[in-house]
Write a protein that binds this ligand. Structure first.
Ligand code: SF4
Length: 693
């Protein structure tokens, strides 16, 4: 912790909401977080002095009287308070029984992108070394797994290629799609708006006229789930009109001819038919993007959460490559990652069933030898089940126990009634969290954890920048850091995790994860702006933008991968005539476990709602502010109508943050075959008015 003045602690830390990674000073006293103030300019590479409303006021959840303060053990339908000894013994017994009776792979571990890199490294180590299960995953599966899969196939690294301030803030042109940037990544959106004011072109392609569209050179309304059509159409138009970067394609890429052939069917007329994009808007955007010196291609879950999410990302990367917008400053591919540490904790640290930390191949014997030497146990070398598959496996009787650290699948999985039924069938569930979440309600043992305001470690933001996190207050009651809890549990299973704090965990990461080889705490202390991976050794200054000399393949060349057309899995019909899409609002975050406990944020948006176009509202007989029933093939919810003209009349929107009126009662389980991300973004529904309350 930082210096203390009259009992007040100042912690130079990183925001625990979105992955912009804003830095600020967090103040605390006597267990209470007091507030946030701007940090020194040197230490705020992503945000300068700014924060958004979540960064500024969102820390109040730390002070909530509902924080978990003691371990809980289920007795019948109730929980009783327990000592740590009792609770950890119970976890040891419960998990051991399943391993003995059914085998190691009958247990699945869920890690958390909200937690630090060090904690995520330990969570996957707990799964692979201590429990020896191959089933470890995290919620990145549900947000940007298709980004990672798409970028790895085309460019090599599953990450943003560029910086926020120096590149996104200074480019000549933007194509932003499937991202409500002003709501989800507000400080990053401010960079874009400032640069557009200074003359940059901004193209926004989105089914909803989101806030950023107000600042756009051109806003184009697209049909949900039809992105491959318009992106391939742009690529085709650029090639047909000789606007592509021939020298770049020749020197730095492979398979251009295959791409050229595959995009042939996507004429402007075909694109209009499939995606609803007027030909003049398609060609205007394509020409401006191709002629700009530099362009940033930005996206979020509107691109990724589809049954063809990986192909969406590949299509967009093809567009960046044909226009030569990689490997140079002020250009690049920019997935805007959602959670504070989803890049690091959810991706880089390897709590995923198909990859070891640092995206190392779990079928490579040299890699496995290295981990075995360090851990004394060889990690499982088979690919485990991805998160949505794990819930199927529970129903089929293959998975009998779960250890969930800091996630809330009962709200975040698609078709949550199914997920809830599956969770109920588990023989043994452990939830480690800061609140008694909707998921924790089902647990056999609940372990109270420290929040990010109460711990030390690192987060990696969306631009691959590793930054320090420091505590401003002590955890409440008997709550403990996730690392301490995991280490104690490992001890019960006979593994002596002798770490003297997160610095020691980072030492192990330095040894085992090449892209983090030079990211040491000593360097982070003396480099307040953090270090961007790959950073392979102590002399490596890190990598502000990727692919300057080569792409991350043995031959150094990027791959064009043709993106075959794919549309929505469910199309509207007579019974379910509307297309429902989902997203975030500025004042909330994910399943709302933290923001729904912050009064200032709840004052702005207190409950779930469905946004309906005025024409459609008229047709349905729905008035603004009335409650309506929204029904899909999976279930139904009651929520408030928000009549507003942001989309086509046939498209409605519900935010993802609420337990009552939860959108995932409606969404479907269709999965992308490469990344296994669910199709959250397009669901067919009907809406019926319920009349005034
Ligand atoms: Fe936090 Fe993101 Fe807001 Fe910055 S933009 S203050 S990182 S929520």
């Amino acid at each position: 912790s930082g210096p203390r003045l009259s009992g007040v602690t100042k912690a130079e830390t990183t925001c625990n909401y979105c992955a912009v990674g804003c830095r600020f000073d967090l103040y605390g006293k006597d267990g209470e977080v007091l507030g946030v103030r701007p940090a020194d300019e040197d230490a705020t590479p992503a945000n300068d002095f700014s924060t958004c409303v979540k960064g500024k006021f969102g820390y109040d959840f730390v002070n909530s009287p509902n924080r978990l303060t003691t371990p809980l053990i289920r007795e019948g339908d109730e929980f009783r308070e327990a000592t740590w000894e009792e609770a950890l013994d119970k976890v040891y017994e419960g998990l051991s029984k399943i391993r003995e009776e059914t085998g190691d792979d009958a247990i699945a571990v869920t890690s958390s992108s909200k937690c630090t890199n060090e904690e995520n490294f330990l969570a996957q180590k707990f799964a692979r070394q201590v429990l020896h299960t191959k089933h470890v995953d995290n919620c990145a599966r549900l947000c940007h797994s298709s980004t990672v899969a798409g970028l790895q196939q085309t460019l090599g690294y599953g990450a943003m290629s560029n910086r926020i301030n120096e590149d996104i803030g200074k480019t000549d042109c933007y194509l932003i799609t499937g991202s409500n940037t002003t709501g989800s990544h507000p400080v990053l959106a401010t960079r874009i708006k400032q640069n557009v004011d200074d003359g940059a072109d901004l193209f926004v392609f989105d089914p909803r006229k989101i806030g950023l569209a107000e600042h756009a050179t051109q806003y184009t309304q697209t049909k949900p789930g039809e992105d491959i059509a318009w992106i391939n159409g742009m690529v085709r138009y650029i090639i047909e009109n000789d606007l592509h970067d021939e020298a770049f394609i020749e020197e730095r890429t492979k398979h251009f001819d295959e791409l050229k052939e595959k995009v042939q069917p996507f004429t402007p007329e075909k694109v209009e038919e499939l995606a609803g994009v007027p030909p003049e808007e398609l060609t205007n955007a394509a020409e401006t993007i191709a002629e700009a010196d530099t362009c940033i291609f930005g996206w979020a879950m509107g691109m990724t959460q589809h049954a063809h999410g990986t192909r969406n990302v590949i299509a967009l990367t093809n567009l960046a490559l044909v226009t030569g917008n990689l490997g140079k400053p002020r250009a690049g591919v920019s997935p805007f990652r959602g959670q504070n540490n989803v890049q690091g904790g959810g991706g880089d640290m390897g709590p995923a069933p198909h990859t070891l930390p640092g995206y190392q191949d779990l079928s490579d014997d040299d890699v496995l030898d290295k981990f075995e030497d360090a851990w004394g146990v060889r990690p499982p070398d088979e690919i485990g089940l991805r998160l949505p598959e794990q819930y199927e496996a529970i129903t089929e009787g293959h998975i009998k126990g779960m250890f969930i650290m800091g996630e809330n699948p009962v709200l975040s999985e698609p078709d949550i009634r199914e997920a809830e039924n599956a969770i109920e069938e588990l023989d043994f569930l452990v939830v480690q969290d800061i609140f008694l979440t909707e998921t924790a309600e089902f647990a056999d043992v609940v372990l109270p954890a420290a929040s990010n305001a109460e711990k030390s470690g690192t987060f990696t933001n969306t631009e691959r920048r590793v930054q320090r996190v420091r505590p401003a207050v002590e955890p409440p009651g008997e709550a403990r850091t996730d690392s301490d809890i995991l280490a104690d549990l490992a001890g019960r299973f006979g593994f002596d995790w002798d770490y003297d704090g997160p610095v020691d965990v980072m030492d192990e990461i330095n040894d085992l994860v090449p892209i983090y080889g030079g990211v040491t705490y000593d360097r982070l202390e003396s480099t307040p702006e953090g270090l961007q991976w790959p950073c392979e050794d102590e002399d490596d200054p890190g990598t502000p933008f990727l692919y300057e000399d080569e792409f991350n393949f043995d031959d150094g060349k990027a791959r064009f991968v043709p993106a075959d057309y794919g549309g929505p899995v469910e199309l509207p019909d007579e019974e379910y005539p509307l297309m429902l899409t989902s997203g975030r609002v500025l004042y909330h975050w994910h399943t709302g476990t933290m923001t729904r406990r912050v009064e200032v944020l709840m004052d702005h948006v207190p409950e779930s709602f469905v946004t309906i176009h005025p024409e459609m509202a008229d047709r349905l007989g729905v008035k603004d502010g009335e409650y309506v029933r929204v029904t899909s093939r999976r279930g139904d919810i009651v929520t408030k109508a928000n009549v507003e003209e942001t989309s086509d009349p046939g498209v409605v929107f519900i935010p993802m943050h609420f337990a009552h009126g939860a959108i995932n009662e409606l969404t479907q389980h269709a999965l992308d075959p490469t990344s296994y991300i669910p199709e959250y973004k397009v669901t067919s529904v009907r809406i019926e008015p319920l009349g005034p309350d």
